[in-house]
Design a protein around this ligand. Sequence first.
Ligand SMILES: [Zn+2]
Length: 455
Amino acid sequence: MSLELDRRISDSGTRFRIFPQPRFLQKADGSGPLFPEPEQVVIALEPAAIQPGPADDRMFVVDAIGKLPYNRFFRPPYQGAFQPPIRAGENGHFDHLDPNSREFSAATMYATVRRVLDIWEDYFGHTIQWHFESDFSRLELIPLIEWNNAQSGYGFLEFGFGRTANGTIDHTRPYCENFDVLAHELGHSIIFAEVGFPASPTDDGVDYGGMHESAGDLVAIIASLHFNSVVDLLLESTKGNLLTINGLDRVGELSDSRQIRIAFNGLRMSDVGEEPHDRSLPLTGAIFDTMVEVFQQDLVAKKLITEDLRTRSTNLPGTAHDLTQIQDEFTSAYTGNEAAFKDSLLLARDYVGRLLAVTWGKISPDFLTYHSILRTMLQADRDLTGGVNAGIIRECFAWREIAPLPTSLMMRQHTLANCGFDETEPSPVPDGAARRSGYRVPAPRPDSSAVRTAR
Ligand SMILES: [Zn+2]
């Protein structure tokens, strides 16, 4: 969400409190939880627009009693017994609830989903209409069922609890209080609404599946960078040295957060298979690194770091640069300029949020490839900045080995003979059929198991 909108709604919106990261994450020195207190968030609706539940015109909480998980035959709307709806305090806000109460958990689920939706509707520049709108006008949110799992489905998000070591329900870990999990699941709904899904049964959707999981994580990562406490801790522990390759050790205490582990991954296409969560990681890495590079570009423009430091911190790994030296230089650049670093990071966050929204708004779900996402992102950058960040996007995707498929028609070369201009040039294609088709078949790229095999 843009900084101006965030400032504007802080006066007019409705206050809630939520934990930016799960309460069970501990400080590295064991002295207590990493985020001991919930942080205030303001959602874009004014208090008068929120009914008990909480509920509004897009979503509502129903704290079901004795409910089994939905399945193929048991679907919304929920019609069983439920706890009384949560009401606002006297001032119309919901920031009065005791963090150890059931009411707090239910209100957190609403506030998280609503806040993430506010953030992404601002990046899209329009209302995100639910993909289930033909059946339901509002998203049903069920916060606390007796289940050691959670799920999102057609018209609902339904959450239980984490698991203990022996697989039973761990009531200390309600999923509805886990910002990353809720934001990730809402990310899937946003992709269904804005990208759609493959129409053809012959489309195996391998990259579509990877894109979906990546989008869930990016929706969550960008949204969690709206918590001051998360941004401050991230910058404080890295001193602004955010490039992710080999970077997990630099994010310190935050490295126990699933979302941070995913953002700071160093995987390329040759490291992953077709399973959607694995396959999502290089794409998420390429896009997170784009944000970091745009952040560093702004630091250079504001003379907060040198171009030389930026280049050395980028050209990793495999180069001889001294990582300790680079970190020391970031530490001295950051110290005394904390607020300026934060401003640059928030600008980069909002740029990537807009870039993703424009990209997702343009891509076709049919026969989607990561390479087509890359090309659409370059087009989105032209729309947003006139193409200023094209070089950064190309490099971040190239490092992750996101490239055209070797079998793509786009990769074929056309000689004059192929095009019918030079009858004397011998055709390079030995195969008669290929000669007739006029295409030279490109050699496979020997170094790149990166590029997935043709299927
Ligand atoms: Zn997912």
